[in-house]
Design a binder for this molecule. Sequence first.
Ligand SMILES: *Cc1c(COP(=O)(O)O)cnc(C)c1O
Length: 477
Amino acid sequence: MKIPQQGLNAKDVMQELNAHREGDIKWREGKTFSYIYDAGEEVENVCKEAYLSFLSESGLDPLSFRSLLQLEKDVSSMAKNHLGGDENVVGSFSSGGTESIILAVKAARDYARAEKNIAQPEIIFPVTAHAAFHKAAHYLDVKAVVVPVNQDTCKPELDAIRGAINENTVLIVGSAPSYAHGVIDPIREMGALAQEYNLLFHVDGCIGGFLLPYFRKLGVDVADFDFSVPGVTSISMDFHKYAYVVKGASIVLYKNKNLRKYQFYACADWTGYPVVNPTVQSSKSGGPVASTWATLRFLGEDGYLDLAQKLHEATQKFVAGVEKIDDLQVMGTPEMTLVAVKSNTINIFHVVDEMKVRGWHIQAQLAVAGNKENFHLTIQPSNVALMDNMVRDLEESVKAAKELPLSPIPPQLQSALMAVASGSIAVDNLGALLQSAGIDGDKLPERTATINTLLNHLPCAIRNQVLLSFFNELFSE
Ligand SMILES: *Cc1c(COP(=O)(O)O)cnc(C)c1O
C-alpha cells in the first residue's frame, strides 16, 4: 500500500478501517478467554471517554502536563493502598505487564551494580514465571536462572531457590498468581529467603495483584502476597486485565524511592532537550493513565467486588465441570480465575480445536520442563453467564477429541521430527515438517493440533526459532 496522493474522506476511511475487523475473533460474544477483559458496555464507555479525552496530551514532560502527573500520582496511590503499601511505597505507570517487569529487572540490575558492585547480575525465577522475565533478562543482559516447580502444586520449592542463589544474584521473582496455572507462589517464604540473603524480591501481580484483594474480601483463602509481606521490594500489577482498563495500563511499585531511582533514566548528553524518562517510553499519550484513573473511580470497590464474586463462582463452576470429565485433570489448585487443564489419555490440543469449532477461544500451552502440555483459561466477566454452555461444549469436545489420533503428526514425518529434536537436522530443514502441519508461509491451518503437537516435541530453543521465522513471515507485506 502507498499513502494515497489525495486524502480520502473521513467517512470512507473509517468504513475501510472498520471492515478490517471482519477476520477477528468475536470477543463481544463472551466466548473468548484471555486477550480481552470485558466488564460490559458501561465500563467500556467510561474507559474510552476518558482515554479519548486525554489521548492528545503528551506524557513526555510532566512539568508541561501537570494533569498527567497528578493522574499518575493518584493512580499510584490507589495502587499502593490496594497492595498494602506504606507511605514509602512509590510507583510508575507503564504500558503493560511486560514493561513493568522490564523496569523492575532494570531497577534491580542497576541497584546491584551501584550498591553491591555486582557486574554480572542474575535473577532467579520459577519456570512458571511469565515469559516477560526471560525477555527482561534478554533485553537487559541479565542472566536468567530458572528453577523447576513441583509438578503437583505447580509451585517452586524453597530449597530449589535457595540452591540457585549465588554472589551474583540480584533478584528473586514470585508470581501471585502465575499466569499458566493460576497458583500463588509461596510469597511469604520467598520473602523470608530474600531477607536472609539480603536480596531484592519482586512479586509479579500483573494478573492477580488487582483481583486477589477482592477475592480475600469475599472470604476466599488468599495467601499473603503484597507489601505486607516482609521482604517484598517490588510488585507489578496490570490495570488492563482485572481492572478492566483498555490495553496500555500497568504499574510497577517499589518499597521506596531509593529503589525506584534505579529505574529512571536521564540524558543531558545530547544537543536536544534534557531527557528524563521514568519508564521505557518517552513521548506517550495521556490516554492510558486517564482511562485508568477514571475506570478505578467509576467502578469503585463495590463494582470490583461484585465482578470478583461472579468470577469466583464461574471459576468454581468450571473447575467442578472439568473434575467430572474423566479424561481431563486440573493442574495444581487454581487460586484465582486462571485454570490449566491437561489430559493423560487424549491429545489436549484436539480439545482446543474442537472448542474452536464450537466458537470458544482458549489457549494451548506447551509442555515445559516436565510440566505437561495443557489448555488454559483466563475467566473474565463476559464469560460468566456462559459457563454452563462452556462446560457442556467441553464435554462434547472431549468426546470428539477421543475419536482423533493421539499424535496427528504424519508417520513419515515422525523420524524427521526426532532428528530435528535431537539436533541432527538443522532447523532450516523444518520447512517440509511445517508444511505437513498445515503451515504455509504466514498461514495457519484452522486446526492447530498438528502444529502444537509438533512444537510440543521440539526443544524450546528450536520452538523459538520456528515461531520467530513464522512471525517474520506473518509481518511481511
Ligand atoms: C499478563 C501477564 C504479564 C505480562 O503482561 P502484558 O501486559 O501482557 O505485557 C506478566 N505476568 C503475568 C502473571 C501476566 O498474567
